[in-house]
Design a protein around this ligand. Structure first.
Ligand code: BES
Ligand code: ZN
Length: 585
């Protein structure tokens, strides 16, 4: 079964030829910050197609026999980019040679100085940025297999999100060619590479950790539970569907906590905390292997299927491996982020953005990224789970994966599937309509509590100082639940007891800085400034810049720091921060 609905974020038209396989050759010009690519697309048939591109310079479109194919590169749309149209010949094969722009929204180039010794470059496709590094049908409704070969300076490694590393061969003098194969069908937003000074350490016969040399021992140690976590995932959701599963620890500029690139998840170095607290991100990205990479949202309005199911799955693995108390604390932390997002949307008079489903035509999905699809999506699934019982829900979940594996579906198709399998009465009982189409949280939002949460809530209510026996997520939850203006004496005392402003744990340090800024506690400003210059993860940057911008004369200060830091930030992070500052009171 193939998806037949039109994705408003792509020029792909259902019924037109579809890409079935891509063979991609990539060269790098680190000085000019350009990728020179050639892609060989094999379609399912000949006929008229319109591919997605954004800021690509098309050099040539041609058939496999070398004859030129006439093409038209249309005007650039601010969200969609420029449509590339041509006629696919009857043999259904087309080659495109192109150059990327130094400002490609899906590529981050880091100089040797920035990346710590050697240059580093990588892609981030999700949501609609793959079109800035490969001309393609950039919609999650189309799946294809992929071959990729990267020609890179010999002292670097070139990784592709694919399980089969076929070979490294010699290229031009000083260069080598790394050849990879993804034999399972994937979608465009999962096409990814990373090139840099990278080393690896095996943690099982199907997993290894990759990172720059300075991090590798620490990372391999922190992720030592990963093989157990994979087994727990397989126990719950079925055999791991992509062969290998490796973890790549990115430079600090990486804008996300993690990205589920298939067989090679990219994670922020903030997850390598030395205290095991970063594991929930790894669990989350692993859960995407089934929820997102195997069964995929067919358009970005259905993004909550990917993230809601993944957060739900992450919770189940966490519960299995670390117990329900730990899983609940992490759920509560996500709820805090969700509450902040909802509060922001209400303040800015865009409460419709708290809906799971809303129109997104003419909006870049990256511009409305929030925890709504994550938390509300997962809570909706938990409400269903609680209503029919876990055993019954697990049967449903496995049927769902089986029905849609290696395919894509819209949220509407999911609701129809759930109604068929769980019954219309259940959908009515949980008020599925309010969950999917209503604003904010429905009244039957499942409760999030546990013995640790109750203890922390009590400490917060009585303004008690932090308890030294708390785990890192518990410390963070304490700070998050305290989040309101407090007296400067109390902030100083909390910091003296908890050591939060200087802890090596980035998450906790961030929560403390947020609390301090909300309280107008100016002593932290130099540390906040250093933090902003050393980090690229948007989860931290966006609220910190927002809080900084809301201080007296804070906007100028924040803008000055952004000026210093922007060369080290990802293009999507820069636009997110600029938008945040334009809203800061
Ligand atoms: N797929 C997302 C990252 C993403 C979403 C990138 C949308 C671009 C557009 C990834 O799986 C994710 O959800 N990361 C979270 C991790 C967290 C929930 C544990 C993040 O980075 O915050
Ligand atoms: Zn996710």
């Amino acid at each position: 079964m193939t998806n037949q609905t039109k994705d408003p974020h792509s020029h792909f038209e259902p019924g037109h030829p579809r890409i079935k396989h891509m063979a991609w050759t990539v060269g790098f010009d680190f000085d000019a910050k350009r990728v020179l690519g050639t892609v060989h697309h094999a379609f399912d048939k000949g006929g008229h197609v319109i591919l997605d591109t954004r800021d690509l310079e098309i050099i040539r479109v041609y058939a496999v026999d070398g004859t030129d194919i006439v093409y038209d590169l249309g005007e650039r749309h601010p969200v969609l980019g420029s449509p590339l149209s041509f006629i696919v010949p009857d043999d259904a094969e087309v080659m495109i040679e192109y150059l990327t722009s130094p400002d490609a929204s899906g590529i981050q180039w880091m100089s040797a100085e920035l990346a710590g010794g050697h240059p580093f470059v990588y892609t981030q496709g999700e949501a609609i940025n793959a079109r800035s590094y490969i001309p393609c049908q950039d919609t999650p409704g189309v799946k294809f297999t992929l071959d990729a070969s990267l020609e890179i300076p010999s002292e670097l490694r070139g990784l592709v999100a694919a399980p089969d590393h076929l070979r490294v061969s010699v290229g031009r003098p000083g260069y080598s060619v790394e050849v990879w194969r993804m034999p399972y069908p994937i979608t465009s937003y999962l096409i990814a590479f990373a090139v840099g000074e990278l080393v690896s350490e095996d943690i099982s016969d199907r997993s290894r950790v990759w990172s720059q040399p300075s991090m590798i021992d620490k990372a391999a140690h922190d992720f030592r539970d990963f093989p157990t976590i994979m087994l727990a995932g397989e126990e719950l959701f079925g055999p791991y569907p992509f062969g290998r599963c490796d973890i790549l620890v990115m430079p600090a500029a990486f804008p996300y906590g993690g990205m589920e690139n298939p067989t090679l998840m990219f994670v922020s170095p903030s997850t390598v905390a030395g205290d095991g607290s970063g594991i929930s991100v790894i669990v989350h990205e692993l859960a995407h292997s089934w929820m997102g990479n195997l069964v995929t949202n067919a358009d970005w309005a259905s993004f909550w299927l990917n993230e809601g199911w993944t957060v739900w799955g992450e919770g189940r693995i966490m519960e299995e491996v670390y117990g329900s108390d730990v899983a609940m604390v992490s759920r509560k932390l996500l709820q805090r982020e969700f509450d902040d997002d909802c509060e922001g949307y209400c303040r800015r008079c865009t409460p419709f953005l708290t809906k799971l489903m809303h129109g997104q035509d003419d909006v870049d999905p990256d511009d409305i990224f929030s925890r709504v699809p994550y938390h509300k999506g997962a809570q909706f699934l938990r409400r269903l789970e609680d209503t029919v019982g876990r055993r019954h829900f697990d049967v449903f979940m496995l049927e769902y994966i089986k029905a849609y594996r290696y395919q894509s579906l819209t949220a509407g198709q999911f609701i129809a599937f759930a109604t068929k399998k769980l019954g219309a009465a259940v959908m009515k009982e949980v008020d599925a309509h309010a969950w999917v189409y209503g604003e904010g949280m429905p009244a039957n939002d499942p409760e999030i509590t546990s013995p640790s949460i109750v203890a922390i809530e009590e400490a917060v209510r009585s303004l008690a100082l932090p308890d030294p026996s708390w785990s890192v997520p518990e410390q963070q939850l304490y700070l998050e639940l305290l989040m309101r203006p407090l007296s400067h004496d109390l902030i100083a005392e909390i910091d003296a007891v908890g050591g939060f402003s200087t802890t090596l744990n980035v998450e906790v340090r961030w929560s403390f800085f947020m609390l301090a800024l909300k309280s107008g506690y100016g002593q932290v400003l130099p540390q906040v400034e250093a933090f902003l210059l050393s980090q690229g993860r948007m989860k931290y940057l966006k609220p910190l810049y927002g809080a900084l911008g809301s201080l007296v004369q804070g906007r100028e200060h924040a803008t000055r720091i952004l000026g210093l830091a922007r060369h080290a930030y990802h293009p999507v992070a820069i636009s997110t921060i600029e938008r945040e500052l334009s809203h800061a009171a």
